[in-house]
Design a protein around this ligand. Structure first.
Ligand code: ADP
Ligand code: MG
Length: 895
């Protein structure tokens, strides 16, 4: 067949469209699909070409800090200091190369993580529905759509049921458009083509079937894909803060350099050339040029670590906000529980049955057994017929496709020896309405052996009791006695069972479609079943962790309040009266706010309640993480401080709205992610705290020397060496620092607190002064001993570096005592080793000696350096201890 010419598909009839693409109601067969895939290529949007390598490299220079360094190169050049000029430029170049490589790595790591979120579609091929990657779709395929799906290709709609699609990605219109299969006029604009579903748009309600008419770059989205952003920028609030800080710092440095220049010439009588060099030295000393790269690496490493533990970050700022979360609102079913449903109890009007057996294997006993189980069979048959899940046995293990709640009903039917294909033959399905969390029921219409219509209704017992006026006892219908059912509902729910009702209604033979109006009354209640869905063991531990980390956990469920409370107790959530969706509707904001803190279970809620909960929690000052999976969870996910979507059972709409996706749908993963988020934030802070004093000290050394009228104890070249080397070695080691022991025992961070609080600024100042004293002191001392200028300078540089090494061990802990262990972060000692080697090279290798003007040191020089390291560490530790002591004195101990 030929490639479909650009056709006005929206104006064609369904039949014409199918014919043009050689497709039919059963879809393509596998061979044909494969042939077409080979000729049309994968259904993947052409990746937007980002800036090329050259441009990305040049962008590394686009930075105020670097401009200052480049200007310094020019100044030294103008002064004829060729060597200085070459080395400064060399450093700028090395910095750009390092930044280029690291940014590239970080971006490809991010891209690899995003690729974990692939899109699958349900396609009809050879009459069977199967799940295929959206990339394998070809023109002519029939794609099934339902609420929450992302449309995987451009589709001519063949069948629709209340289908509404949100096309903001394409048209900018955020109100969902109603869709039908009827053709529209050829000149209809994109937004008016109601017979089409376009790639990249989101199904917000209903369901439908569409014929693929265009894939990949041929889709409307493909045509405008140059408008879409590709990889997200590696940016977070903290990094933006740092960038702002760096700019301010640069300005301060420039002013300071200018002041020094003038001061030196006017008051100290230095020559203009000398002072220019000093100003340049000051500029390069104070600029933390290595810092941005280190911060990016820490972030990228954190995101990678999270991905390894099943949390996929979609938006980078999430990494930071995770560490500040104070409330986690979690779905119950599947996240806190295993979502492995087993029917354990059945209540009919006449009696109560206990069902044994574990998992989905249709093997187990019923007690009481006996011939009287006619009512039980009727109920099980209803559960079987109204079902859209399926069971299969692979290697002696029973697995399911579809909803676990429905699969459990299949297992129940299996235990009663009902055969699904027999039953389906006897009562073929005519129409069905799938389960939805808003309505809390599903229904299906069948034709029985006498040609009569039968509707089966399965869902939340309260809903069913509203529409039943009769109940089934043994073999006949009798008037409904609501008291029986209220009692057994309460009894089952108190045992932690998920309660489901089943009902039946006979209708005329002429009925072919199911309507919600058919489900309003006239049903006969067949009974209730109670399913066990055990809590996840790991969730119990994770909830404990959250509590000790000062994070409240709230369970949100559509399930019955009593069931939810029973499960909450097993999970170790604080007991308290659950609030139901109905309560939420009745309470005013102020009333609700008063109850929010002590309520940890919200039951019988609809997705719309989640948004209100997020808003009210935020209003009382909490920072909320909210989980979600359905299409209607999107507003709450977007509103939450962190929206978390389920990776397995979540819809595309939920993932799109979320900042983070749980690859394993597991609550414990959220707790891990919070821990990682806190670790990343800690490590960002640690490396900032570590790097800035180096710059501070160098600047102080130069300033003091100029004020005192001394020769420069450290040359600009040597300063550059120290800046470069410490940033890429020592500071980098902090990126690998694991979580501190008490990380999950601390309260959540206040995101409004400034990054560099007074305490941290004090620390930076303290260490800067310490390093200055050591470096300058040893310089002056060795000069007095008669060392050569070169040797004294070499000593000053080494003292500075060794002071940094000592400080590194303190920096590993923000609050606790310094750490010297190797095991939890081998990078620290590795980098210290490397650093020492580099300093030995700097001191003794002839080529480096002539480049940097260094000289070999006497042994006592190294002894002083070592002493500097120990002293720096000791003083910082003493300061930490003192601040702790004062703080504990000020805060009376809790009694
Ligand atoms: P959650 O996911 O929080 O457990 P749901 O909205 O899935 O809540 O379920 C709410 C209620 O709807 C359940 O208590 C049960 O009675 C009923 N229900 C859930 N899933 C199904 C289903 N697939 N078919 C019929 N009824 C269901
Ligand atoms: Mg559910």
């Amino acid at each position: 067949m030929t490639a479909p010419s650009p056709t006005h598909w929206h104006a064609q009839t369904v039949e014409d469209s199918l014919q043009r693409l050689d497709s039919g109601p059963t879809g393509l067969d596998a061979d044909e699909a494969e042939r077409r895939l080979a000729s049309f290529g994968p259904n993947r949007l052409p990746e937007r070409a980002g800036p090329g390598p050259l441009k990305r490299f040049l962008l590394q220079f686009h930075n105020l800090l670097i401009y200052v360094l480049l200007a310094s190169t020019l100044v030294t050049l103008a002064l004829g200091e060729w060597l200085d000029s070459a080395v400064i430029f060399g450093v700028v170049l090395i910095n750009a190369v390092v930044g280029f490589i690291q940014e590239g790595k970080a971006e490809s790591a991010m891209r690899a993580i995003q690729k974990l979120l692939t899109l699958d579609s349900r396609v009809k091929r050879s009459g069977e529905v199967r799940q295929v990657p959206a990339e394998d779709l070809v023109p002519g395929d029939l794609v099934l759509l339902e609420a929450g799906d992302r449309v995987p290709a451009d589709l001519r709609l063949v069948e629709t049921r209340d289908l509404r699609i949100e096309e903001a990605a394409l048209t900018g219109e955020s109100v969902p458009a109603d869709k039908t299969s009827r053709p529209v006029t050829a000149d209809a604009s994109l937004g008016d083509r109601h017979s089409m579903a376009y790639s990249g748009t989101l199904v917000s309600a209903g369901s439908g079937v569409g014929l693929v008419v265009a894939t990949a770059g041929e889709t409307e989205l493909g045509r405008i894909s140059h408008l879409l952003g590709s990889v997200e920028q590696l940016q977070t609030p903290l990094l933006a803060d740092m960038a702002r800080f760096a700019r301010q710092l640069t300005l301060i440095i420039l002013v300071l350099a200018a002041a020094t220049f003038i001061f030196g010439i006017l008051l100290r009588g230095y020559s203009a050339d000398d002072m220019l060099m000093a100003a340049v030295g000051l500029a390069v000393a104070a600029i933390p040029e290595g810092l941005p790269a280190v911060l990016t690496i820490i972030l990228a490493l954190g995101v990678q670590r999270m991905a390894r533990r099943s949390s996929i970050i979609r938006r980078l700022p999430a990494v930071e906000s995770l560490g500040a979360v104070t409330v986690v609102c979690s779905d119950k079913t599947g996240t806190l529980t295993r979502n492995e449903m087993t029917v354990q109890r059945v209540y009919t009007a006449a009696r109560r049955y206990e069902i044994s057996g574990v998992g989905y294997a249709p093997e187990g006993d019923v007690s009481p057994s006996g011939d009287l189980a006619h009512d039980l069979h009727e109920l099980a048959r209803a559960g079987l017929l109204a079902n859209s899940a399926s069971l299969c046995e692979v290697d002696n293990r029973w697995c399911i496709t579809g909803d676990p709640t429905e699969a459990a009903l299949l297992t129940l039917a299996g235990k009663l020896q009902l055969d699904s294909s027999d039953e389906a033959l006897r009562q073929p399905r005519v129409d069905a309405i799938p389960f939805s969390s808003e309505r809390r029921y599903l229904a299906s219409l069948h034709r029985d052996e006498k040609g009569q219509g039968v509707i089966y209704l399965v869902g939340a017992p309260e809903r069913l009791l509203e529409v039943c006026d009769q109940q089934w006892r043994d073999a006949a219908a009798e008037p409904l006695d609501p008291r029986i059912w209220d009692d057994v509902l309460e009894e089952g729910a108190a045992a932690g069972l998920r309660m489901i009702g089943l009902a039946r209604r006979v209708v005329g033979s002429g009925q072919h479609e199911l309507d919600h109006a058919d489900l309003d009354n006239g049903f006969v209640l067949l009974g209730l079943v109670g399913m066990m869905d055990p809590p996840r063991e790991e969730a119990i531990l994770a909830i404990e962790d959250c509590h000790s980390a000062g994070i409240h956990v709230k369970m949100i469920t559509g399930d019955h309040a009593t069931t939810a409370a029973a499960i909450a107790e097993r999970l170790g959530l604080p007991s308290g009266t659950p609030l139901t969706g109905a309560d939420l509707d009745d309470l005013s904001d102020t009333e609700l706010d008063a109850l929010l803190r002590e309520t940890s279970v919200f039951a019988r809620t609809s997705p719309s309640h989640k948004l209100r909960l997020v808003e009210r929690l935020q209003a009382i000052g909490e920072r909320v993480a909210m989980t979600g999976d359905g299409v209607n969870d999107s507003p709450a996910l977007k509103r939450a401080d962190i929206g978390i979507a389920m990776g397995i059972k979540g819809t595309e709409a939920a993932k799109e709205a979320a900042q983070m996706v749980l690859a394993d749908d597991n609550f414990a993963t959220i707790a891990h992610a919070v821990e990682e988020g806190r670790t990343v934030y800690d490590n960002l802070r640690k490396s900032i705290l570590f790097i800035l004093p180096t710059n501070g000290a160098q600047a102080f050394v130069l300033l003091t020397a100029i004020l005192l009228g001394l020769t420069l104890p450290i040359t600009p070249l040597q300063i550059l060496w120290v800046n470069m080397i410490t940033a890429v070695t020592l500071a980098l080691a902090l990126a690998f620092e694991p979580a501190e022991d008490d990380l999950m025992a601390r309260p959540p961070r206040d995101p409004k607190a400034p990054l560099l609080s007074g305490e941290l600024l004090w620390l930076i100042l303290l260490v800067s002064v310490l390093l200055t004293l050591a470096s300058l002191g040893l310089f002056i001392h060795s000069q007095q001993l008669g060392w050569s200028m070169e040797a004294s300078r070499t000593l000053a540089v080494n003292a500075l570096v060794f002071g940094e090494i000592g400080y590194l061990f303190s920096s590993r802990r923000l609050n606790g005592p310094a750490r010297f262990g190797i095991r939890d972060n081998p990078m620290v000692w590795a980098m210290v080793g490397l650093m020492v080697l580099l300093q030995l090279g700097f001191t003794y290798v002839p080529a480096l000696q002539s480049l940097f003007g260094t000289r070999g040191l006497r042994l006592e020089g190294w002894g002083w350096c070592l002493a500097t390291a120990v002293a720096t560490c000791a003083v910082v530790e003493a300061d930490k201890w003192l601040r702790h002591y004062i703080a504990s004195k000020r805060r009376p101990p809790l009694t």
